[in-house]
Design a protein around this ligand. Structure first.
Ligand SMILES: Nc1ncnc2c1ncn2[C@@H]1O[C@H](COP(=O)(O)OP(=O)(O)OP(=O)(O)O)[C@@H](O)[C@H]1O
Ligand SMILES: [Mg+2]
Length: 345
């Protein structure tokens, strides 16, 4: 499938600190739901703002539908709808007025604007809030209104910066359904999140970035194949979990360690069943009193943990992946990282 958005050696520097985007190459296929995933500060918002022509690149190019953001910003803007990560404050503006206002900024004729606003409110399920003041909407409703606004000029590409942040589980599901609907309408959707598992379900392609660089990319299935090189063990101990983490970090094959839900540890482990049995035996021998020791189902979250050394809950510990016995990679060649970006420890 042809790429509708293409990043070529994109660099964004905000000054003296490290580059926020450090040479990013990406191709977003037309008609895809493309997930941009990374921890806080990875460069997601910066990348998206550049795609939306709101921020100038320091170096490199971004092409949207054959137009380059720096040279043909107007053509790019026609093709792109952007939903920012923060919603502004709109005193005294009603929902329908808000959409009509944005319609006017795109020179949509007045008669058409009202109908368009109605259609978009219907699409995002806000018809009954049409005459409510924007500031009285719940967060989830504001997110949907913002999405409607991004659609007002019928763009080919939608750039949504963390559209699900702050939404309750039900609203997240509704947002996912809405994204699928947009895809069926023929739109390409680029969506960011720091919650990988959320995107795994809805995205056709995912790029994981960290500190401005690509860490892994491909379909969710391809990313899981990359992940299978390392298993993740979920371990609970009755002793002090910090002491257990410190002990585990010294054991062969152990990579990243993260605390989850207080007493559980998620442990990246490069080793076979024999190795896992030895690890369990060592823990028992050290008096750590493991009460549960299981291989976690491989999820996209595990990959995130592995490639960025952290998870959504923070608290990562361990040896940073540098001294973990066999090192990274599986050595056996069953993982396929070819063409899917590079993995880093
Ligand atoms: N206006 C700015 N001036 C200086 N540095 C900035 C500016 N905006 C972002 N940065 C820096 O650029 C890096 C990338 O930030 P960015 O907002 O793109 O990350 P992000 O992936 O969107 O993070 P988050 O998940 O927190 O939204 C960070 O180190 C950040 O501190
Ligand atoms: Mg951001």
């Amino acid at each position: 499938m042809a790429a509708i958005v293409q990043l070529v050696d994109l660099v964004k520097s905000y000054g003296r600190s490290a580059d926020a985007v450090a040479g990013l190459n990406l191709e977003v296929p037309e008609g895809s739901i493309f997930g941009l995933v990374g921890p806080n500060g990875a460069g997601k918002t910066t990348t998206m703002k550049i795609m939306a022509t709101l921020l100038a690149p320091t170096r490199g190019q971004v092409w949207v539908g054959g137009h380059e953001v720096s040279r043909q910003p107007a053509q790019v803007r026609d093709r792109v709808g952007y939903m920012p990560d923060f919603f502004g404050v709109y005193d005294d503006l009603k929902v329908s007025e808000y959409l009509e206002f944005y319609g006017a900024t795109y020179d949509i004729p007045a008669a058409k604007r009202r109908r368009l606003a109605d259609d978009l409110l219907d699409l995002v399920d806000l018809t009954e809030k049409k005459n409510a003041y924007v500031d009285t909407l719940s967060r989830g409703m504001k997110q949907r209104l913002c999405l409607a606004r991004a659609l007002i000029h019928d763009p080919q590409v939608l750039i949504l910066d963390e559209p699900a942040s702050g939404l309750d589980p039900r609203a997240r599901v509704e947002m996912r359904e809405l994204l699928k609907e947009l895809r069926e309408m023929g739109k390409t959707v680029i969506i960011s999140s720091h919650i990988l598992s959320e995107l795994g379900e809805v995205c056709t392609e995912i790029a994981i970035i960290d500190r401005g660089s690509l860490v892994a990319s491909g379909t969710p299935e391809e990313i899981l194949v990359q992940l299978n090189a390392t298993r993740v063990l979920e371990i609970r101990v009755l002793s002090d979990p910090d002491a257990a983490a410190a002990f585990l970090a010294q054991q062969p094959g152990v990579g990243q360690i993260a605390r989850v839900n207080g007493a559980s540890l998620r442990v990246g482990f490069n080793g076979d069943d024999q190795g896992a049995a030895a690890l369990l035996g060592a823990m028992v021998g050290a008096g750590l009193r493991p009460s549960s020791f299981a291989q976690a189902a491989n999820t996209l979250e595990d990959l995130f943990l592995k490639v960025t050394g952290q998870n959504g809950q923070g608290g990562a510990a361990g040896d940073g992946g540098g001294g973990n016995g066999k090192g990274r990679g599986n050595g056996g060649g069953s993982g396929d990282s070819s063409g899917n970006g590079r993995m880093k420890a």
